[in-house]
Design a protein around this ligand. Structure first.
Ligand SMILES: C=C(O[C@@H]1C=C(C(=O)O)C=C[C@H]1O)C(=O)O
Length: 669
């Protein structure tokens, strides 16, 4: 037996042991579920999860494993145990008898359609056999349940790329069925063919209108393609599988395509890389959701036509701390100029606050109905405070009264316009008002491998955002200019699924749309601080923006640029001081720490410092960063590199990994 085979045998044995251990862990968490059920305790215990993850992250180092890898892995394991306990409690609450009778479920399409995949996901934990009832219209699906020919139906309600599915919302107006569950299904569209072929040789593409809408940007590159709309993705796959014409293709999921022996020649083609469809499960009778697990309630209502009528109804929810997770409006059937509002709230319909809110809403709405209360599909993950989840952030300098006199119209960035500090939350991470964030990454992206090393290092030491420029405008045009837009995929791949955010600089207006599709945070560099067309376009996006101070900009000019961004609509602006021009040429710029103290008195926006351009020796980066921390910055941006002396850009302004690890410990001491 070769050495490789022997090693693989050992790996297989270990993997089996891991499986046994996972099953034993699951068994124990089920016992915990029973304990909580008997004592009416909440299932979720986020502080226990945080302690557990923090201790695993610490122990990971002992075994030379990356703490980020270990915590991500255990987060999945814990999510699974929480979801299993939720099901356990809910089944007990509904007193569902153990039945052998099959569950009849109606859905759109046939084997392999997205709805069919959703049905299998939703019912995977049920022990009863499934009878799948494929239908050709949403109307017939609802009819099947109403007529008792099916027990449940699964309907798509909205997609992250194409938005709401109006037809389903409109059917919900009329049906007597209740929503009893929800599911968020990741949807990965691809081009499916009978035999591998280049896309340029395909003449006709079959599919349901929804996937076409969700992939419009990719499809626009191939104007020669003729689109044929069919009832469902499975129908499209069937047509391709049965035809002898090799120039036709279907748009659908790879998993679905496999059921028809189709090959995917291009995957992940949706406009949004994270493409999800939200499905609802409906049944003839509503269910009651246990108060031990998180629930959602969906309402439909119409308000009067007077000014502020909708705001009044939302205020009823807000005043009781009821969190609205979705608001959708549709024309009322029969009264086309009147709107029906669909509202999802993260609240159990039976809770006291919800009952009071409903009573009050009946007094001020023209129509109100609960469409259902159901277990929430969303699980908030335990939040791990950086780094290594143990240390307490230093408190920023105490608040001081503002020194600005009241002006006629206060600038949007000013404390007069908004006295409380702005906090910006992206994914699981928050910056501002005491929430500290570290941005780390190579000054300019060089290659995928070095970026991945930086990501691992930065993530393991508690940085939350990975940055790297795709385009570098150095003082010498013959220096390295960056990888261009190819770097966007590197950034996305390196950070995706690791609980880390990514950021890159937008320096050309024409790249904005593509950058927005790939990154979590936009950076506007010092050279573009007064590039107003760029600010205008970026201010119209919904991505947070880090606005660097121009190298010769006064505080007023910088804040005016921030005001311009805010005035476009985007309220998520972060200011970043990275130094100004000085008479001295030993450093690229001089770090203006006074500006941080002054900004604290003038603006509610979060403030970052990037000290790297202010040094000629990387050892000076750490003391500058710590000084800014004491002055109350909300975050630090750092250049890191596995081997700074070989960095193509900023070799003397980048920390090596040891220097970075030491600085992170100091920042969080
Ligand atoms: C198992 C428990 O229930 C949940 C699941 C946890 C886990 O899988 O480790 C931890 C905390 C709870 O949110 C528990 O409370 O210990």
């Amino acid at each position: 037996m070769t050495e490789l085979n022997q090693l693989r045998i050992q790996i297989t044995k270990l993997d089996e042991k891991l499986l046994k251990l996972l099953a034993a862990r699951r068994q124990l968490t089920t016992q915990v579920g029973e304990y909580k059920l008997a004592r009416q305790l909440p299932i979720r215990d986020l502080s226990r999860e945080e302690t557990l993850l923090a201790s695993l992250a610490q122990k990971a180092r002992v075994y030379q494993l990356s703490p980020r890898y270990v915590t991500n892995l255990f987060q999945l394991i814990i999510d699974d145990s929480v979801r299993a306990q939720h099901r356990q409690v809910q089944q007990h609450h509904q007193q569902l008898p153990q039945q052998d009778e099959p569950l009849r479920v109606a859905f759109l399409g046939n084997k392999g359609s997205y709805s069919n995949i959703a049905v299998n996901h939703y019912f995977e934990a049920h022990s009863q056999p499934l009878v799948e009832i494929g239908c050709t219209t949403f109307n017939s699906i609802i009819h099947k349940v109403e007529q008792r020919e099916a027990d449940y139906a699964l309907l798509p309600l909205a997609n992250t790329s194409s938005g709401s599915i109006n037809e389903v919302y409109d059917l919900l107006q009329q049906t007597s069925l209740s929503i009893i569950g929800e599911l968020n299904l990741p949807v990965d569209h691809g081009i499916l063919v009978k035999h591998p072929i280049e896309i340029t040789k395909i003449h006709t593409l079959y599919g349901h209108p929804q996937p076409f809408a969700q992939c419009s940007q990719y499809l626009a590159q191939y104007p020669h393609l003729k689109f044929e709309f069919v009832d469902s993705s499975s129908k499209a796959m069937q047509l391709v599988a049965q035809s002898d014409d090799l120039g036709i293709a279907a748009i659908g999921s790879e998993t679905g395509g496999q059921m028809y022996q189709l090959h995917s020649i291009q995957g992940n083609i949706a406009n949004q890389k994270e493409n999800y469809t939200r499905f609802i499960a409906v049944a003839r009778r509503p269910i009651e959701v246990s108060e031990q697990i998180p629930a959602k309630t969906t309402l439909v209502m119409s308000t009067g036509q007077h000014p502020g009528a909708l705001a009044d109804t939302l205020q009823v929810l807000a005043s009781r701390q009821i969190n609205m997770t979705r608001l959708e409006s549709r024309p009322m059937q029969g009264n086309p100029w009147q709107e029906l509002f669909y509202i999802d709230v993260a609240e159990n319909v039976e809770s006291q606050s919800m009952q009071q809110a409903l009573a009050e809403l009946t007094r001020i709405t023209q129509f109100i109905k609960v469409l259902g209360c159901y277990p929430s599909a969303e699980l908030k993950s335990a939040h791990l405070s950086p780094p290594m989840l143990a240390s307490q952030p230093i408190n920023a300098i105490q608040d001081r009264p503002s020194v600005i006199s009241r002006q006629q119209e206060a600038p949007l960035s000013s404390l007069i316009h908004k006295p409380e500090q702005t906090t910006i939350t992206v994914g699981n991470q928050t910056i501002g008002a005491g929430h500290f964030m570290v941005f780390a990454g190579p000054d300019t992206l060089e290659d995928q491998e070095r970026l991945e090393q930086c990501v691992e290092m930065a993530g393991d030491h508690g940085a939350q955002v990975i940055h790297g420029a795709c385009f570098k405008s150095s003082s010498n045009p013959y220096d390295y200019q960056g990888p261009g837009l190819a770097g966007l995929d590197w950034l996305q791949q390196a950070t995706h699924g690791k609980g880390l955010l990514n950021m890159t600089e937008v320096s050309h207006l024409e790249h904005l749309r593509q950058i927005v599709a790939h990154v979590d945070i936009l950076q506007i560099g010092a050279a573009n601080m007064q590039n107003y067309p760029l600010l205008k376009a970026a201010g119209n996006t919904t991505r947070p923006i880090v606005l660097e101070r121009g190298s010769v900009a006064s505080l007023d000019e910088w804040l005016s640029a921030a005001d311009y961004l805010l005035a476009q609509g985007n309220q998520q602006v972060i200011l970043c001081e990275r130094g100004i021009r000085s008479a001295d040429h030993q450093t690229r710029s001089i770090i203006d720490l006074s500006a941080i103290a002054l900004l604290r008195q003038r603006t509610h926006l979060p403030i970052l410092l990037n000290p790297c351009d202010g040094v000629s020796d990387p050892l000076d980066i750490a003391p500058l960063a710590c000084a800014a921390r004491l002055l109350g910055v909300d975050g630090i941006m750092l250049n890191i590199h596995p081997n700074p002396s070989q960095a193509k850009v900023a070799p003397k302004q980048s920390l090596d990994f040891d220097q970075f690890a030491q600085l992170m410990t100091k920042l969080y001491q």
